[in-house]
Design a protein around this ligand. Structure first.
Ligand code: ADQ
Length: 540
């Protein structure tokens, strides 16, 4: 029998399942080419998944073409995992992807129900496509594998996988927020979604807040499910199954970002950006063009700053970079027009010879260019109206190797509570507060900036994406092991499970250290000195 003590001992592969693969195939007149997918999930997971053999199942971002398989084969050769595509028809793309996922679940889970289009055809398509993904997993998974399903596109896969006979441990991670019951209950198909989620062995959320929203929804909407306290996470008992409900805040590949940011070419590029921009303070916003990211609200806050603090005119510049996103959906088209109108109004109102207040770019930046902007910036302005985590906040910190940038972050992003001990936290709907935070950041003494950024970088470094992957897989292993022993199923490869006291410390630590209810380990004092507080008092 296999002796499985930690995730390093797992013989089987991780079968990662997400709507998008980390690469996308783009057709052009002469054929097709491979590009890196943008977006947080693909960026984080592609970087963090280094040493574990596996398969990544997902959509290659295009309608079926004969070019897909050879291109994916080639892209697989430079990765530790094989890429396997699930093909989506034009109808699937319109109704499952643009429709159910992005016109219903995305706005609803970001607390914007008035933007939802509850078209029943979308639901039909969502069920059909989730079965397609489940079938691909059933064809791929072997007895020792683990299945890790990602995100809101695929919440029905567990049910379909169980029906297709998949018996291996399965985990699900939600990258976006989970709403409170008053919002979630508006979804006409809430019960089948909750029931399917409970077919997973582990369900992971970005924050304790999301996790407790989910538990409240279960208690309010599915009274047959029993929530039992557990360590480190609660469990839900439903129809003879147990599901662990955990918190696993996602991180980035800190070392890689920091290493690349330190390269001389990036430094030179960043100096060039600063040389070309007039003014003393460069504020940077980097987002997918999405209404949840609060871009119009950010521009209005910046306009208020220039109105309320005229001494900043000519001295502060906002560089706003947006990557085009979901352009086929009407809400997104309107957003682009709104953002561009605001940029031109602000520039029309305030531009002076030699100074343009807002520099706006609507395109995908390559990694080097992105890093050069992160390094050049004095202020990272990350103000989503609602966000599961927000990796831009963490990438900005990792790239700040000179430790002189200030992070302003929304209290409604998962990254807000996590980084609050070093960042300035703001309510993105409070334009006056954001304007005030920008003013304070521009005037902040260098010592305070350094202390804050040092602390932020320490947090981002410690809670990196590798740790996130390990903790999640460990939780799935743990859950699978305890089930095997409950059933006394000696034939299971997971029967020799971790004992509770052997559990990887990272699992519990991630959950508690990042909880929004737990004291931060460090704080900046009024004198801008970094002090250790709370649980880490011994380190003072
Ligand atoms: P996203 O909503 O895609 O992710 P986010 O976490 O901010 O949001 O990640 C965006 C990624 O795109 C970052 O890696 C960033 O560098 C990149 N990016 C943005 N604009 C770019 C540009 N113009 N050029 C190049 N790259 C750009 C979802 C959830 C988040 C969660 C992640 C991961 O919505 O809340 O943090 O998944 O779990």
């Amino acid at each position: 029998m296999t002796d499985i003590r930690t995730i390093a001992d797992i013989k089987g592969r991780v079968i990662n399942v997400s709507n998008r693969l980390p690469v996308l195939i783009r057709k052009h007149a002469g054929g097709a080419r491979v590009e890196r997918s943008s977006g947080g999930l693909a960026t984080a997971l592609d970087a963090g998944w280094r040493d574990r053999a596996g398969v990544w199942i997902g959509w290659a971002g295009t309608s079926p073409t004969q070019h897909i398989e050879p291109l994916l084969l080639k892209a697989s050769q430079t990765r530790p995992y094989t890429l396997r595509s699930v093909s989506l028809t034009e109808d699937d793309i319109a109704k499952f992807y643009s429709g159910f996922a992005n016109e219903i679940i995305w706005p609803l889970f970001h607390d914007m129900p008035s933007r939802c289009n509850f078209d029943p055809e979308y639901w039909e398509s969502y069920q059909r496509v989730n079965r397609k993904f489940a079938k691909a997993v059933a064809e791929t998974a072997t007895a020792d594998d683990f299945v890790w399903v990602h995100d809101y596109h695929l919440m029905l896969t567990a049910d379909a996988m169980r029906q297709a006979g998949v018996r291996v441990p399965m985990g699900f991670f939600l990258h976006i927020p989970f709403p409170g019951q008053d919002v979630f209950e508006k979804l006409p198909w809430k019960k089948p979604i909750l029931k399917s989620l409970l077919e997973f062995d582990v369900i992971g959320f970005q924050s304790d807040h999301d996790r407790s929203n989910f538990v409240s929804c279960l208690q309010g909407l599915l009274p047959e499910a029993f929530v039992e306290p557990g360590t480190p996470y609660p469990q839900v008992r439903f129809q003879g199954r147990h599901t662990v409900i955990g918190t696993f805040p996602i991180g980035i590949d800190f070392e890689e970002f920091a290493r690349q940011a330190a390269q001389p070419e990036i430094e030179a590029h960043s100096a060039e950006i600063r040389r070309r921009l007039s003014g003393d303070t460069m504020v940077l916003g980097v987002d997918r063009l999405d209404y949840t990211k609060g871009i119009p609200e950010r521009l209005k806050s910046f306009r208020l700053l220039l109105r309320r603090f005229p001494e900043q005119r000519g001295h502060i510049t906002l560089v706003q970079v947006v990557v085009p996103s979901r352009e086929e959906i009407p809400n997104y088209k309107h957003l682009r027009r709104e953002v561009e109108l605001l940029v031109s109004q602000i520039n029309g109102e305030f531009t002076e010879p030699g100074w343009v207040p807002v520099h706006y770019m609507h395109r995908n930046l390559g990694r080097e260019e992105l890093l050069a902007y992160y390094r050049a910036a004095d202020v990272g302005l990350v103000t989503p109206l609602k966000d599961g985590m927000n990796l831009v906040a963490k990438e900005f910190c990792a790239a700040q190797i000179d430790e002189r940038g200030v992070l302003i972050v929304s209290e409604f992003a998962g990254a807000g509570p996590e980084l609050r001990s070093g960042a300035i936290l703001v309510n993105p709907n409070d334009f006056a507060e954001v304007a005030q935070a920008l003013h304070a950041a521009a005037l902040m003494p260098i010592d305070e900036k350094r202390n804050r950024m040092r602390l932020l970088r320490e947090i981002v470094k410690e809670h990196n994406v590798q740790r996130w992957i390990r903790s999640f897989l460990q939780a799935v292993l743990d859950a699978a092991g305890s089930k095997a022993s409950d059933r006394d199923d000696a034939g299971s490869p997971y029967a020799l499970k971790l004992r509770r006291d052997e559990a990887m410390p990272g699992v519990a630590l991630v959950a508690t250290a990042l909880s929004s209810h737990v004291q931060p380990r460090y704080q900046i004092g009024r004198d801008a000195k970094l002090r250790a507080i709370g649980r880490a008092a011994g380190e003072d």
